[in-house]
Design a protein around this ligand. Structure first.
Ligand SMILES: [Zn+2]
Length: 161
């Protein structure tokens, strides 16, 4: 799978960047939310005219590309409230380096557990230095969940490749 067709709110159709500029993007540690819609901001993957999300359970149809464009056009009427250096919408502990954690997770199409593990690894020692160990333990916990899922799916067989 290549780059996501779109990363944004699937209800109002605004992209992640638009929401951030409008001060409507909230970082909830392991996912992001559109504050106007109270919906997850996530990558959508295209297949023909349709857009899908992927999670641990597989692929889910969301809407057609045309529907996304329609929603986006409607949402553009919502007045923007520019916010700069907002620690909630654009926290420094996830934006250090050239690529933001969320963009990397989406670009790599990591599932929920792998994405969460990565976010905790990235923020460990940065967001709150006193909780560095706790953050890394959370990363391990998410990786263990992913391993449990894979082992369950493979029926207990070991992968040899
Ligand atoms: Zn929205």
């Amino acid at each position: 799978m290549s780059k996501a067709y779109y990363i944004g709110c699937i209800k109002c159709g605004r992209s992640r960047e638009e929401l951030r500029e409008a001060g409507k993007l909230e970082d909830l540690e392991t996912w992001e939310r559109c504050l106007d819609c109270n919906r997850a901001v996530e990558p959508l993957w295209e297949d023909g005219d349709n857009l899908y999300t992927y999670d641990v359970e597989g692929r889910h149809f969301v809407m057609t590309k045309q529907e996304l464009e329609n929603r986006r056009d409607r949402a553009r009427g919502i007045p923007a409230e520019p916010v700069q250096n907002n620690p909630v919408e654009h926290p420094a502990h996830y934006t250090e380096g050239k690529i933001e954690a969320w963009d990397f997770i989406a670009d790599q199409n990591l599932n929920y557990f792998r994405g969460c593990a990565l976010k905790y690894i990235i923020r460990a020692g940065k967001k709150d230095p006193s909780r560095e160990i706790e953050d890394l333990e959370k990363a391990v916990a998410y990786l263990n969940r992913e391993l449990a899922r894979l082992r369950e799916n493979s029926g207990g067989k070991c992968e040899t490749s």
